[in-house]
Design a protein around this ligand. Structure first.
Ligand code: FEO
Length: 385
C-alpha cells in the first residue's frame, strides 16, 4: 500500500487514455487524479477521481479500509476530474458524510443533480477532528474555482492543496524534465489569471509548518518545500523567473523566421541566464504561454494578416492578456508587404496591461530582411538589456 505518513494513504489513479486534459491541454505523459485516505478513529477520503476510474479507485480505497467504513468524504474541488465518483462512493457507503463549503454542494447539484442530505458544511478555519488528526479548512477561492478549499492536517503537518502545486503527467511515468516544467505549464494554463487569489492563499499559509504537500495532480511533495512555495510565489505575483529573452515568431514563407533567428543569434551572445526561440504555430501553445510568463523579456515577431496579426500569434497573445501578462520588456518585429499593422495592433492589445514596456526600435520588415533591418535588430538587442 502506498502510504505518505503512518495514516495517510494514496489512492489516486493514472490516466493514459486522455487526449486533452480539460478539453485543451496536451498531456503527453498522461494525467494523475490524486485522492487520499486518512485513517484515524474516523476515516476521511480526500476527493474522488475522474468518473472513468471508478472501479480502480474504489478498489484502491478497499485495500486501505480493510472492511472499515469511511466517515467523511472531503470535497476540496468540484471540478469533475475530482468529483466524478461522488455518486459511486455514496452508493457504496450511504452513511458517508460529505464535507464541503457553502458553494460545494450547489456545484455538486449542478453537475450531478444530486442533493446531498448527509453533509457537513464547513467555514473557513473550521477544524474537523478524526481522532488524533485535526483537519483545518483553508479556503482558496479561484485556485482554481470559487469553492476550492485546502485542508491542513495540523497533526502530521500535511497540506492537501487541491489543484495548487499540481502538474501534468501520470505518476507511473518519469517526467524527464522534473517537476517545474509541467507544473509551470499547468499553473499558467489553468490558474495563471488568478495570481492575486493564489497570493491570498499563500499569505494564509505563511508561517505554517508543512512537511508534505498533497495536491490533486502530480506527485506528493515532501522535500525542500520552500522550492515549490517560492516558485508559486514568483508565478502568482507575476515576477519574472528567468533573466532572459524569449523570441516568439510565426512565419508564412520563412522571412519573419529569418529575422527571429537573426535576433536569437545575437541574443545568444549576450550574458543572459537563458534565451529561447519559439515557432508559435508549431509549439504547444501552453508551453509558449509558460515561457512568456517565465522570461523577463519577450519579442513577438509576426506577420500582418487581415489587417491585424497572424492568427496563431493573435491567439497566443490573447491567452497572455487573459492571464494578466505584465512586468515585461517587449520587443516587436512586424512583417508586411503593403500595409504592416503588427505594431499598431500590439500597442492596442497591451494598452491596458500592467507594466509592459514596449522597447524600441520596433522593427518593420517589408516582406524580407534587409541590412537596415539587421542594424535595427542589433539596436533592439541593446535596448532589451
Ligand atoms: Fe483538477 Fe480544477 O481541476
Amino acid at each position: 500500500m502506498n502510504n505518505i505518513t503512518n495514516n495517510i494513504y494514496y489512492v489516486g489513479v493514472n490516466d493514459h487514455d486522455i487526449d486533452l486534459f480539460e478539453g485543451q491541454y496536451d498531456v503527453p505523459l498522461g494525467m494523475a487524479y490524486n485522492s487520499y485516505v486518512i485513517v484515524d478513529d474516523k476515516i476521511a477520503i480526500m476527493d474522488t477521481v475522474e468518473v472513468r476510474f471508478k472501479d480502480e479507485w474504489l478498489n484502491n480505497i478497499d485495500k486501505v479500509l480493510n472492511n472499515k467504513k469511511p466517515t467523511y468524504l472531503i470535497v476540496q474541488h468540484v471540478e469533475p476530474d475530482h468529483s466524478g465518483n461522488i455518486i459511486s462512493l455514496i452508493k457504496k457507503y450511504p452513511d458517508i458524510i460529505v464535507v464541503g463549503n457553502n458553494k460545494t454542494f450547489s456545484f455538486i447539484n449542478n453537475f450531478y443533480k444530486l442533493d446531498i442530505k448527509n453533509k457537513l458544511e464547513v467555514k473557513e478555519n473550521d477544524v474537523l477532528s478524526l481522532g488524533k488528526t485535526e483537519l483545518k479548512f483553508i479556503f482558496a477561492p479561484m485556485v482554481h474555482w470559487p469553492e476550492v478549499m485546502f485542508t491542513l492536517d495540523m497533526t502530521d503537518k500535511v497540506l492537501f492543496s487541491a489543484d495548487a502545486f499540481g502538474k501534468f503527467g501520470a505518476l507511473d511515468k518519469v517526467d524527464p524534465e522534473g517537476w517545474a516544467c509541467e507544473a509551470r505549464r499547468y499553473y499558467f494554463g489553468i490558474v495563471g489569471k488568478f495570481g492575486l487569489q493564489v497570493q491570498n492563499v499563500l499569505k494564509k499559509l505563511a508561517g505554517v509548518d508543512i512537511k508534505y504537500i498533497c495536491p490533486l495532480h502530480g506527485p506528493v511533495l515532501d522535500k525542500d518545500l520552500s522550492y515549490y512555495l517560492n516558485l508559486y510565489n514568483i508565478w502568482s505575483s507575476y515576477q519574472n523567473e528567468t533573466d532572459g529573452v524569449a523570441v516568439f515568431y510565426t512565419s508564412i514563407y520563412g522571412n519573419t523566421k529569418k529575422a527571429a533567428e537573426y535576433l536569437y543569434s545575437l541574443l545568444e551572445k549576450e550574458d543572459y541566464e537563458k534565451v529561447t526561440l519559439v515557432d508559435i504555430a508549431r509549439e504547444d501553445i501552453y508551453e509558449s504561454v509558460e515561457d512568456a510568463f517565465r522570461y523577463s523579456r519577450v519579442v513577438f515577431a509576426t506577420t500582418t494578416y487581415n489587417g491585424g496579426i497572424f492568427p496563431k500569434m493573435n491567439e497566443f497573445i490573447n491567452k497572455l492578456i487573459d492571464r494578466n501578462f505584465q512586468n515585461k520588456k517587449v520587443g516587436i518585429i512586424e512583417n508586411g508587404t503593403w500595409a504592416p499593422g503588427v505594431i499598431r495592433t500590439l500597442k492596442a492589445k497591451f494598452e491596458n496591461s500592467k507594466n509592459i514596456e514596449l522597447v524600441e526600435p520596433f522593427v518593420t520588415i517589408n516582406s524580407s530582411l534587409t541590412e537596415e533591418n539587421k542594424k535595427q535588430l542589433i539596436n533592439l538587442v541593446s535596448s532589451l538589456k
